[in-house]
Design a protein around this ligand. Structure first.
Ligand SMILES: CC(=O)N[C@H]1[C@@H](OP(=O)(O)OP(=O)(O)OC[C@H]2O[C@@H](n3ccc(=O)[nH]c3=O)[C@H](O)[C@@H]2O)O[C@H](CO)[C@@H](O)[C@@H]1O[C@H](C)C(=O)N[C@@H](C)C(=O)N[C@H](CCC(=O)O)C(=O)O
Ligand SMILES: Nc1ncnc2c1ncn2[C@@H]1O[C@H](COP(=O)(O)OP(=O)(O)OP(=O)(O)O)[C@@H](O)[C@H]1O
Length: 511
């Protein structure tokens, strides 16, 4: 069963004469552009609307121009491609615009098609290995508490005011990103929080989007299937802090890459930390934590002090909330307004599948989380342990066909942070799940301690094993699936909800 979420577009796009695009994006034109007007732009035939400009880019597997005839059959009025795609594009029978690097101009083309820059909301961008989704959701909620009509683009959802759609990529392609902003404009959205992945920066997906404030959460081991090493991964993230993407930046010093971003940024930046031993412009201090909420103080320059609360566990989540508040200030939202919205007032965000508590009043606490990196495990396990009087039980499996080099560390960190470890399957994709589990068991054996370890293949069984082992006062952290509503098994997205499975397991155990 295919569960590919839709691409959001403006409902009333105004046609633009294609010839006018040439003033913004010079191109060699093959064919006559007279009378050709475009209402949309896409690089995928799966998302083609009549009236679109189809952009044929070279992909990892195919050249998009190979699909030009298909695009025209679906209503594309012109094709843009590179020299390598020209012949295939020309055979489709519509005018062809040739540019050197179609992906490189996609942001400019999309901004032109959808007039994104003519009337734009306040724009926030958040990057980092962990915490992008959480920070974007916290920002979205703060914008709402400020009385603004808010928009959100995250791994979990795209939100346009109160309309919600499940996301496919963390950061959509530039064509989709600009279409989303145009749809938000139609809905009167005043401010948008956008999660920006490293892959998005590498692939020009946020080109043409001038963020008013950009935030950096942290950089730790992940995505070394996409990037050769941590240095390359860092270099992919950094350009968000260049003038072509952001106006002002807020940089967390909680990971070792924070000071580097401060030094290498080419826009004005301020720093923030939640670590007592680190000096920064802004500081987050946790003042109270329980299984339902974390209270914190944000203190900054000129004696500014805000006290607020989030309905999520973890010092790292308070750090994200602090980052979100400083982003608002750096974007120019007046301090008085921010104070009214969050000071002595909870930030009432619901973060789907981010250490989300799915248990009731009795029995063990069960949290379902989206963490899939050693650093995420370390932070979420620390948060769970601090709030657990009994034993901490960790359930997780690793992604198939994704960065294999982090598996040992994930399992080692998991083992070191828990009393009972249940190693299970996640999205095997095209890998053998048994071999992924074997690697995780090797990693767990590298830990400095020796928790009780269980290997249980199907995750729905693994959570039941964990719940049956648990007693009152214990906590279970199920990391990996988070908000997701499917498992990817050999390329097929099978419907699946970890949160529902966990609730069912608790019911069956009588909790
Ligand atoms: C590895 C990667 O980035 N792949 C992206 C890429 O696919 P590709 O290069 O394999 O495309 P291809 O199959 O060679 O096809 C070439 C072109 O022909 C087009 N085509 C192809 C077939 C067809 O029938 N019709 C058609 O138009 C394709 O849309 C594409 O533009 O171009 C596609 C369309 O633009 C993207 O959807 C796809 O992202 C895939 C889904 C992906 O998973 N990307 C990952 C790496 C990603 O971006 N992840 C980050 C995660 C961040 C995080 O975890 O923090 C993200 O931001 O989501
Ligand atoms: N500031 C932080 N530092 C470390 N871990 C964090 C931080 N914020 C969130 N996490 C943990 O990282 C995991 C992913 O959180 P979140 O989805 O917010 O990050 P993300 O950057 O959006 O990740 P992804 O790109 O995979 O969607 C969760 O386990 C979460 O608890």
């Amino acid at each position: 069963m295919s569960r590919i979420p839709p691409v959001l577009r403006p409902e009333h796009p105004a046609p633009r004469p294609l010839v006018d695009l040439l003033a913004t994006v010079p191109a060699a034109v093959h064919g006559a552009l007279d009378d050709i007007a475009v209402t949309g732009v896409t690089l995928s035939t799966a998302d083609l609307h009549p009236g679109d400009l189809f952009v044929g880019v070279r992909g990892e597997h195919r050249h998009g121009a190979e699909f030009a005839a298909d695009a025209v059959a679906k209503g594309a009025v012109a094709v843009m491609t590179d020299a390598a795609g020209l012949a295939a594009a020309q055979s489709a029978g519509v005018p062809v615009l040739v540019v050197e690097n179609p992906r490189g101009v996609l942001g400019a083309v999309s901004a032109w098609v959808y007039r994104t820059l003519e009337e734009r909301p306040l724009l926030f961008g958040v990057t980092g290995t962990n915490g992008k989704t959480s920070t974007a959701y916290l920002l979205d909620q703060m914008l709402r508490q400020l009385g603004m009509v808010a928009g959100l683009s995250s791994t979990a959802e795209r939100r346009i005011a109160d309309e919600r759609v499940v996301s496919r990529l963390t950061t959509p392609e530039a064509t989709e990103m600009h279409a989303l902003l145009a749809r938000m404009r139609e809905a009167g959205v005043q401010a948008v929080a956008v999660e920006v992945s490293a892959q998005a920066l590498s692939r020009h997906r946020v080109d043409g989007i001038p963020f008013d404030a950009v935030g950096f959460t942290n950089l730790t081991h992940d995505h070394l299937d996409d990037y050769a090493d941590m240095e390359e991964y860092y270099r992919a993230k950094l350009p968000l802090f260049f003038p072509e993407h952001g106006r002002r930046g807020v940089v967390s010093l909680d990971s070792e890459y924070g000071p580097r971003v401060m030094a290498d940024a080419r826009i004005p930046v301020v720093s923030i930390t939640s670590r007592p031993e680190v000096e920064a412009d802004w500081r987050v201090t946790v003042t109270h934590e329980d299984p339902f909420r974390t209270d914190f103080t944000l203190s900054g320059p000129d004696g500014v002090e805000l006290r607020s609360s989030i309905p999520i566990i973890g010092h790292h989540m308070a750090a994200n909330a602090g980052l979100a508040i400083v982003l608002l200030l750096e974007a120019g939202v007046p301090l008085d307004q921010v104070r009214d919205a969050v000071h002595e007032r909870p930030i009432a965000a619901y973060l789907p599948g981010r250490t989300e508590r799915v248990s009731g009043d009795r029995g063990p606490s069960v949290f379902v989380d989206f963490g899939h990196s050693p650093d995420a495990f370390e932070n979420t396990l620390a948060a769970v342990r601090r709030l657990t009087t009994g034993r901490t039980i960790m359930v997780f499996g690793a992604d198939g066909d994704r960065d294999t080099t982090k598996r040992h560390d994930m399992a080692r960190v998991a083992a070191e942070g828990c009393d009972i470890l249940v190693i299970t399957d996640h999205h095997p994709r095209f890998e053998d799940p048994a071999s992924i589990r074997a690697t995780l068991l090797e990693g767990a054996a590298l830990a400095t301690n020796t928790p009780e370890i269980h290997e249980v293949s199907p995750p729905e069984q693994a959570i039941r094993v964990a719940v049956n082992l648990a007693r009152e006062g214990d906590s279970i952290l199920w990391a990996g699936p988070g908000h997701q509503d499917y498992r990817d098994i050999r390329g097929v997205r099978t419907p699946y909800s970890a949160r529902d499975e966990a609730r069912a397991a608790l019911r069956e155990a009588g909790w």
